[in-house]
Design a protein around this ligand. Structure first.
Ligand code: PEP
Ligand code: MN
Length: 292
């Protein structure tokens, strides 16, 4: 029996389900985030992604909105009903990020940041652990053990490409990692075809291949206006491209033995909530206080 991880809103990752996490590389503004959040929810993504703390190669690049970005992610989560995954880079920020997110992301550059791994292991939210760009799968699994040894067993592994020799793609997406990891551990396995290829036109083919290779889900970057994106615009899908891919994946899911898991908003499906004219989806905390 493979491990499943619950995001606390009724959404479970792993098992026979297939989950897509989508959103912008970085949170840039309220409007940018809400536009994308609404679009990916409507297209069937179950989790909203977006970076508030951005690990950028150059210190001159946009570093993210920090705490203000986390607040926007909370708002977007409440408005769409989608739980949020966002990166934490500094052990001192773990509590803050955990207060705003349903799942914490440890980025590839921090896969062997052992103090950070221990700190995310001491809090209770699930952790999406991304493979380092030059890390072996053994090293990835040992990094996951650092988190689990602190008491947090809710770890998801993410293949996001390794450093190759050919600049035709940004990284070399190692899809064989999926069956290898499946044979070595029972943790859910996520594939990120956005960073793994670095090019929007390569995202859909690799996303479909990842599903057929046995991944439990995908992490995909989406931006309403990729040319204007402050980060990773070249690999961002436009909302309509994402919707087309999600429709294809939904169709493919049963052929790869998977159950498509769309948004699990509190109080009914997105369409039910819209049909009821509520427009705004409520968070679990709010719903318990709501008169029935
Ligand atoms: C990300 O997913 O936001 C990210 C920075 O990816 P990676 O750590 O894989 O480079
Ligand atoms: Mn990115």
């Amino acid at each position: 029996m493979r491990k499943t991880v619950s995001l606390g809103n009724g959404l479970t990752i792993g098992g026979d389900g297939f989950v897509v996490m989508a959103g912008p590389c970085a949170v840039e503004s309220r409007e940018q985030l809400l536009t994308v959040a609404e679009a990916v929810a409507a297209a069937g993504a179950a989790v909203l992604r977006g970076g508030a703390f951005k690990p950028r190669t150059s210190p001159k690049s946009f570093q993210g909105l920090g705490e203000a970005g986390l607040r926007l992610l909370s708002d977007a989560s409440n408005l769409t009903g989608l739980p949020v995954v966002t990166e934490v880079m500094d052990p001192r920020d773990v509590e803050l990020v955990a207060a705003h997110a349903a799942m914490l992301q440890v980025g590839s550059r921090n896969m062997q940041n052992f103090p950070l791994l221990r700190e995310v292991g001491r809090q209770r939210k699930p952790v999406l652990l991304k493979r380092g760009a030059a890390a072996t799968l053994d090293e990835l699994l040992l990094a996951a053990d650092y988190i689990r040894n602190e008491g947090n067993g809710d770890v998801l592994l993410c293949e996001r490409g390794v450093r190759g020799f050919d600049p035709s793609t940004r990284y070399l997406l190692d899809l064989a990692a999926v069956p290898v990891l499946r044979s070595r551990c029972d943790l859910p396995i996520i594939v990120d075809p956005s960073h793994g290829t670095g090019a929007a036109h390569l995202v859909a083919p690799m996303a479909k291949a990842a599903m057929l290779a046995g991944a439990d889900g995908l992490l995909i970057e989406v931006h309403a206006n990729p040319e204007q994106a402050l980060c990773d615009g070249k690999q961002a899908l436009r909302p309509e491209e994402f919707a087309a891919l999600a429709a294809e994946l939904r169709h493919l899911a049963p052929h790869s033995g998977r159950r498509w898991i769309g948004p699990v908003p509190v109080g009914g499906t997105l369409n039910e909530v819209r049909a009821a004219g509520r427009g705004v989806l409520v968070s679990p905390q709010q719903s318990s206080e709501e008169p029935s």
